[in-house]
Design a protein around this ligand. Structure first.
Ligand code: ZN
Length: 286
């Protein structure tokens, strides 16, 4: 699933190509992705609208349009955004959800293999509500250790669940939550409010460093994710726990274990380095 580094990579690839251009001939191939907007209103609003900027909020792509609207695309599991040369090939067209020409030879294409992504069209007021429901951006300079501590202190839920809770922290999903907790040596199932000061400082640094490194590597491709230029990311080669169940811990050699005890998502960790044995019922190291 595209998380912060993947969506940010797409944005950095495409923003210079779309900013300042008008969207022409918008075409919606599937309507089940729309949220709170009809096909007719979406197409009417997009047609001829100039894109002022393309940015990211959490795991979402945000097109700020002339006229005060924002087109928000949540790629979710299998969505991606590309620029193709028209006409689309049958293969490119197969998963196309929304397209719009940004020049005679450039077609902006949101494609989504399984169509789990969503499209929102928000006016200024709806945008303020939308963004206010999402937590702090972890790479924002305003996101200090104190703010992170306050997030942890405010919840009795598992530390990993809090990291992934978009209302509390923006953009971190399963891959980077697993990686950050391992780097920091924090038990994923530990109640967030009981993560001690030293551990929360390590976790704060780990969240930011893993996101920054993944951004430098242009994201993690484990399945469908593609950058804004259609390539794969490279951070999958640097993952230390995600997807490595049964493989030796890079630090101590103990086989990594996976549990689905936290929110039904795969949590892979080293019980020895992360002290998880005592906190995760149903998981055992040996
Ligand atoms: Zn270990």
């Amino acid at each position: 699933m595209p998380e912060l580094p993947e969506v940010e990579t797409i944005v950095r690839d495409l923003a210079p190509k779309v900013a300042g251009h008008r969207l022409r001939h918008p075409t919606l191939y599937k309507t089940d992705v729309l949220r709170g907007v009809s096909r007719a209103r979406l197409l009417r609003t997009l047609d001829g609208a100039r894109v002022l900027e393309l940015t990211r909020r959490a795991k979402h792509l945000v097109f700020r349009l002339e006229g005060g609207y924002r087109l928000v695309i949540q790629p979710r599991m299998t969505g991606s955004l590309l620029i193709n040369r028209p006409p689309l090939t049958p293969d490119q067209r197969r998963y196309a959800v929304l397209t719009a020409a940004i020049s005679p030879k450039q077609l902006l294409v949101f494609r989504d293999v399984r169509r789990l992504g969503t499209i929102h069209l928000l006016d200024e007021r709806a945008w303020v509500t939308y963004t206010s429901r999402i937590g702090d951006e972890p790479l924002d300079p305003a996101f200090t250790l104190d703010r992170f501590r306050a997030v942890l202190q405010g919840s009795q839920q598992a530390a990993k669940k809090v990291l992934m809770d978009q209302r509390k922290l923006a953009g971190v999903g399963n891959i980077y939550a697993n990686e950050a907790l391992f780097r920091a040596g924090v038990d994923p199932s530990r109640p967030a409010c009981r993560v001690d000061r030293a551990s929360s400082a390590r976790l704060y640094r780990a969240v930011r460093s893993v996101l920054n490194e993944a951004l430098t590597a242009r994201g993690t491709t484990v399945r469908d994710y593609r950058t804004g230029t259609g390539g794969a990311g490279n951070f999958q080669f640097s993952l230390q726990v995600y997807g490595r169940e049964g493989e030796p811990c890079v630090r101590c050699g103990t086989p990594l274990v996976t549990t689905h005890a936290i929110d039904g998502r795969a949590t892979t960790f080293c019980w020895r380095c992360q002290g998880a044995g005592a906190h995760a019922p149903g998981t055992r190291g040996h």
